[in-house]
Design a protein around this ligand. Sequence first.
Ligand code: BES
Ligand code: ZN
Length: 842
Amino acid sequence: MAELTHFYEYFQPTNYNIYLDINRGIKQFSGQTTITGNAKAEKIALHQKYLEINTITVDGAAVEFTMDNDHDAVRFSVPKTGEVTIVVDYKAPLTDSMMGIYPSHYEVNGEKKQIIGTQFETNFARQAFPGIDEPAAKAKFDLAIKFDEQPGETVLANMPEQKVENGVHYFDTTVRMSTYLVAFAFGDLQSKTTTTKSGVKVGVFGTKAHQAKELDFALDIAKRSIEFYEDFYQTPYPLPHSWQLALPDFSAGAMENWGLVTYREAYLLLDPDNTALEMKQLVATVIAHELAHQWFGDLVTMQWWDDLWLNESFANMMEYVAIDAIQPDWHIWELFQTSDVPSALQRDATDGVQSVHVAVEDPAEIDALFDGAIVYAKGARMLVMVRALLGDDALRKGLKKYFAAHQYGNAKGADLWAALADASGMNVGEIMNSWLEQPGYPVVTAAVENGKLTLSQQQFFIGQGQDAGRKWQIPLNSNYAAAPKIMADKQVTLGDYAQLRDENGQPFRLNQGNNSHFIVKYDATLLQDILDHLSDLDAIDQLALLQDQRLLAEGGQISYADVVPLLTRFADSHSNVVNAALYQVANNLKKFVTPDSAEEKHLQALFDKLSAAQVARLGWTPQAGESNDDQLTRPYVLSAALYAKNAAAVASAHDLFTANKADLAALPADIRMFVLRNEVKNYGSAERFEQLLTAYRQTSDASYKADIRAALTSTTDPELVQRLISHFEDADTIKPQDLRGWYRGVLANDAGQQAAWDWLRNDWQWLEDTVGGDMEFTTYITVTAGIFHTPERLAEFKAFFEPKLNTPGLTREIKMDIKVIESRVNLIEAEKAAVNQAIAQA
Ligand code: BES
Ligand code: ZN
């Protein structure tokens, strides 16, 4: 392949005038794009993909052009460098790939309908119009859209509509922005709108398959998030409106198009009267994430995709900062601790993982950069360290400067560090580069050696790892003043332990609050001291303790059997974060037991012991006015009781099912999944199965859909498993965007694993054709590796994926996932006997 260059070097657009005529009937559109800009060379190229170009004129004269599809390009010459006007006339298909301009399919009252929408990040704007489709190539856009319009349809775009003439909708000129943020949509929509304190119009839009009240929650969160950011960033929201649009078909979770944010329906719309708190929190953080991007990402954009973290890590941190400010009673940082933190620590422990900042050129590799656990979770964790070091005052001062300096332009990581250093007087860049540029993270060993308390750092691996001697600048957050604020050396000695212990009057601890990206390995003396004072730890520190023990066990640094006895010590906690960590460890034990064995019986007995008192305390149905902790804890303990086959729990769930048979959707959303799953597993029948599958097809409530999916995928009937798999490629039942959840569900089910794995291998090509090219695709590999744990499956996995190692975008994932399964298989082999003995004795 020829060297990849940035087309912006040769041509710099200042304005695009885009006219599109879209015909849903024949799934095609024709376009005329007029670009004015500055040619830096006579030979230039525009990005295009799947465009059938009729003519190109430069300053009014037709030119010859060459299509270079290998590089998503059309190449031609301009008569002179300097200011030119290029007009491209073309047509192109509407594809069902959820990229470019694409239809979303849905049904209202049995009638099949469509919404046309767009998805241009990372590089799909080139499927809609020719141009320089690179983040640094910012320009202004004038959009005009005509389509086979029906009465009552709504058209939305980044900017407000200016006029309609001869059926053509003209929109106001945008501000200077990147191509990947251009968006529009049309169809038969419903909406609710409001206005922020500063006068920004905020709206939520969705199809009419939803109840009007499903728009309310999002509208409130969106409005208050924008108000929060205007204040926090000290920079006004720069556009007249902020639309949030739920699209029935959507490849990512949500997309921050400037002024027209698009979402998966599940991440925007919800029934305010029956949705679990956990789901409300998730939706709120997604909205806050995309709205954080309206400044960080949209107003100031990364120069090139290698600095993607600048967009995503930042938005991922800000979603928590914002929701914590507007909904303080949720303690939303706890969600960060139970979701982002473990995913970052897990993935970042595998050798071969990417660093947060990664060099990238090939468009096929760009989407593979969006490793959620690294670019989002680890990156956010990194910025949480920055925030803790700087404090909010300096952070806000720095951000305000950063926006002022780069607004309507681009920036690199170093520009952010410079602004923050300026505001704080601290060399943040130097500290952060050790986290940004290096993959992995350290385990800090705290030990008493010859009477001295000593700390040392070393890269932590789960599975085989090459120690490259990496060092990090670690904010230690110790409770002993003798520990340095930042540990930059490989090893430090803090002094005489007995004396330090005496002076401090409490056990020695590191990473209080669990806000730094490292884990701690205390020696036996130090760990026992902490365990003897367990009740002095707050919930997050208890979570961190359990989590670190689990990771150390997975990394082979301690025995898993030693972690098992810890569980009962935490089982009575009323804190949802402690229960989250507890059940993460407990659920991880399942891989050590053979299905339907005596071992499994012992593990079930342990689960019963862990959950019984909590189930009795909390009961099956949510009580009015109960605490958030109780609401969030209930699902963990009910799930545990059902795994334990606790007879009373099984009967209660069955009773709830029977009592609500006429309207299963009305079961309390917090427990609905467990009731349905219990029914399918323990009282299943083909009729019940079909009834639930029909409900799945018909409901527009995403939470209810997810509950039904969890229930159906847990069937133990081989015939029903086959029936499920026969629907995997039937988009009228399971939309491609939702398929991964179904695949995961069946694969995780012992009775379904073989069938799901056979399906993946046999229909890999279908999968590639259907979801390939977007980031969902690789995650089918990740999901598979997350479940497999036997030598046989490892061998099959290798046999299937190793020949695909050279596929662009898959290489790293396959390599890492082989390691992931390998290390799990080895762990089980080494520890199985000891772990099962510990389980039997717990
Ligand atoms: N910019 C991303 C969406 C995106 C990612 C589009 C990769 C194309 C390629 C958006 O801001 C985002 O981060 N979405 C997340 C959800 C978010 C709330 C964590 C997603 O889609 O998973
Ligand atoms: Zn994002």
